[in-house]
Structure formats: structure tokens, C-alpha cells
Design a binder for this molecule. Structure first.
Ligand SMILES: Cc1cc2nc3c(=O)[nH]c(=O)nc-3n(C[C@H](O)[C@H](O)[C@H](O)COP(=O)(O)OP(=O)(O)OC[C@H]3O[C@@H](n4cnc5c(N)ncnc54)[C@H](O)[C@@H]3O)c2cc1C
Length: 308
């Protein structure tokens, strides 16, 4: 599902050399009631290259449930492939929360929600556990003229928002609005002089998210700025529609990314029921060279019309 949500934004291409890293878990840390940190290292990570972009994400190649070793693909063109005798395992998208080049380590923070292969893997990970991942890519792109930025995220976007807050340049007025399930899901974040954080409680699959409504109610600061939103796909779709259609912000002044789909199994059923022609139409739409923002507008309207 993370594929579908990300494709709503853009496929995303990294400018770094295409690689598949084989990583081992160095240590784990329960950050809060709802979040688990996994620190990855191993020989491959000694030469790991980061994009340096705060919301950089990777595709994790995870072991099947009950297995301990993932099936590793090999890099092919801009993506990756499996050999004919390999059966691809589960793949999920995660943010690199922190990079420690001297230690050859990266950290990934997992929301530990029920029923997720990745979430369960993180809960059961032990030093020495193995996982693969690809070359990172980031989507956040602050315009040079921006004097302020607003970051809105639920728990899945919290790792990226936290890194963006740490990276926020001095003088850039930064506000983060973070929606987590409750007070015991809040984190102590490193904040610069010009940054502030507002915590909200709810959403995250437990109750309806208020992120889009809060965005709508914001009085935006004067001057050029940037708005970055990450969260549940229907919520981010609503947020994007507001920024693009109502505020008519130029596309260079916002980035809205669907990170996950609530009740993904039901979503999948509705999606499958639309049949092969619909899927083919969607695939063809994404493969055209039409402006991805226009494609996204069309996909959003069609998804809304079909209850997706
Ligand atoms: C660019 C990008 C960056 C991301 N970064 C992070 C990150 O740093 N940390 C992080 O935790 N997630 C992150 N995500 C979201 C993550 O990829 C999804 O939540 C993913 O579905 C989790 O996989 P899973 O195997 O645990 O659950 P799945 O097998 O995908 O889903 C199983 C069930 O759990 C539900 N579900 C999935 N995610 C959640 C959730 N967060 N809360 C409640 N229910 C859920 C589904 O609706 C489904 O019913 C990111 C996604 C993208 C696109």
C-alpha cells in the first residue's frame, strides 16, 4: 500500500548510485508507547551515502513472517530486480531518521501499529537481525526564497518532521504540527531558535485525523514559505487539494505525501473491485510525461469518486 500512496505523489528518483544495502540490526530502542527505533549497521553501511534531505526514505526489504533472512534484489537501472529463482518478499517504505557516517549506522523509527509486517519485524528485531534497503531519496525541497515553513505530520511522518526540524536553517521560521495518538506518544525533539512544535492527539488509525482541518484553519505567515505534509493517504489528499485548488499555491511551495492507507485491506478490496481496465488506465496515466501534479489531480478526483 505504501507503493500506491507514494505513487500518488511521484515515483521519486534518487541522483545517488543505485544500490541495495544489506544491513544488520545493531540495537533497538523503544522511544515511546507507539514508536520503536532500529539502528542499522554492518559492512555495507560503511559506504552508505545519504541524500542529506530531511525526509529521505528507503524501501526496506523485509523477511517474510516466520523467516529471518530477507530476499535481496539486485540493482537494475533506476530500480531493482529479483533473479528468476527468487520470490520477492515484503517491501515497505520508511524514513531514515538519522545518519551516523562515522559509526556507519542509520536509524529508522517504526510506528508499532497492530497487524503490520514491518511493525512486527521492528518489535521482534534483535541485534544481528537482517534487512535490506535501497538507495535513499528525498521529496522535501525548500524554495530558496522561503522565509517560513510549516510541517504537518502524523506518527508516520514524525521521524521525517523531526529530522527536518533538526536541519531547519537559522532564520527560517519553522512550525511543526504533529498528530500522535496520545501524550505518551510525544517525543523530545531537538529544536532550534526559530522552530516550534504543536502536538495534537488522535488520528493514526484510532480516530479521524484533524491534520487537514488544522491546515485549513491556519493563518499563513506573510511572504514566501513552504508547507510539507505527511500522513494518511486520504488526509493528505484533502490537504493537497486545499493547498493546490483553494490556496492555489505554486507546486514548488508545498509537498504533500501519503505515507500510509488506513484500513488498507478494505481499500484494496475496493481497488480490486474496479477491475483490470482501471488498473491499466492508472498505470498508463503514470507512465505518460504529463506533469505529475496534473496526474495527481486526476488520480485524486477518481479516487475520491470511487471511495478510495
Ligand atoms: C515516504 C514514506 C516514508 C515513511 N516513513 C515512515 C517512518 O519513518 N516510520 C513509519 O512508521 N512509517 C513510515 N511510513 C509509513 C509506512 O510505510 C506504512 O505505515 C506501512 O504501511 C507500514 O507497513 P506495515 O507492514 O507495518 O503495515 P502494512 O502491512 O502495510 O499494513 C497492515 C495494516 O496496518 C495498517 N497500518 C499501516 N500503517 C499504519 C500506521 N502507521 N498506523 C496504523 N495502522 C497502520 C494498514 O491499514 C493495514 O490495515 C512511510 C511511508 C512513506 C511513503
Amino acid at each position: 500500500m505504501s507503493e500506491a500512496t507514494l505513487n500518488e505523489t511521484e515515483p521519486g528518483k534518487s541522483t545517488l548510485e543505485n544500490r541495495i544495502y544489506r544491513a544488520v540490526v545493531k540495537r533497538t530502542e523503544r522511544l515511546t508507547e507507539g514508536m520503536m527505533r532500529i539502528v542499522l549497521g554492518g559492512p555495507d553501511l560503511e559506504t552508505f551515502l545519504s541524500t542529506g534531505i530531511g525526509d529521505e526514505y528507503i524501501r526496506l526489504f523485509l523477511p517474510e513472517r516466520g523467516e529471518s533472512i530477507p530476499v535481496y534484489p539486485h540493482p537494475e537501472g533506476e530500480y531493482w530486480e529479483y533473479d528468476a529463482d527468487q520470490v520477492a518478499g515484503p517491501m515497505r517504505t520508511y524514513t531514515i531518521r538519522a545518519v551516523d557516517p562515522r559509526a556507519g549506522e542509520i536509524s529508522v523509527d517504526f510506528v508499532v501499529h497492530p497487524g503490520g509486517i514491518a511493525a512486527d519485524w521492528a518489535l521482534g528485531a534483535l541485534p544481528g537481525s537482517q534487512v535490506g534497503f535501497n538507495t535513499p531519496n528525498g521529496l522535501y525541497a525548500l524554495p530558496v526564497e522561503a522565509t517560513w515553513q510549516i510541517l504537518l505530520a502524523d506518527a508516520t511522518g514524525l521521524p521525517a518532521a523531526a529530522r527536518l526540524l533538526e536541519n531547519a536553517p537559522a532564520g527560517l521560521r519553522t512550525t511543526a504540527i504533529l498528530e500522535v495518538s496520545g501524550p505518551d506518544h510525544e517525543q523530545d525533539l531537538q529544536l532550534g531558535a526559530d522552530t516550534q512544535v504543536r502536538w495534537m492527539h488522535g488520528g493514526n488509525g484510532n480516530s479521524p485525523s484533524r491534520l487537514a482541518e488544522v491546515l485549513r484553519g491556519l493563518e499563513l505567515p506573510e511572504g514566501p514559505g513552504y508547507i510539507w505534509v505527511a500522513g494518511e493517504a486520504r488526509v493528505t489528499r484533502e490537504a493537497r487539494k486545499y493547498l493546490r485548488k483553494e490556496l492555489k499555491l505554486p507546486v514548488t511551495h508545498f509537498k504533500v505525501v501519503g505515507y500510509w492507507t488506513d484500513k488498507a485491506e478494505e481499500w484494496n478490496e475496493r481497488y480490486e473491485a474496479l477491475g483490470e481496465d482501471f488498473k491499466k488506465w492508472l498505470e498508463e496515466l503514470w507512465s505518460t510525461d504529463t506533469d505529475p501534479e496534473i496526474i495527481q489531480d486526476e488520480v485524486a478526483d477518481v479516487f475520491d469518486a470511487n471511495g478510495l
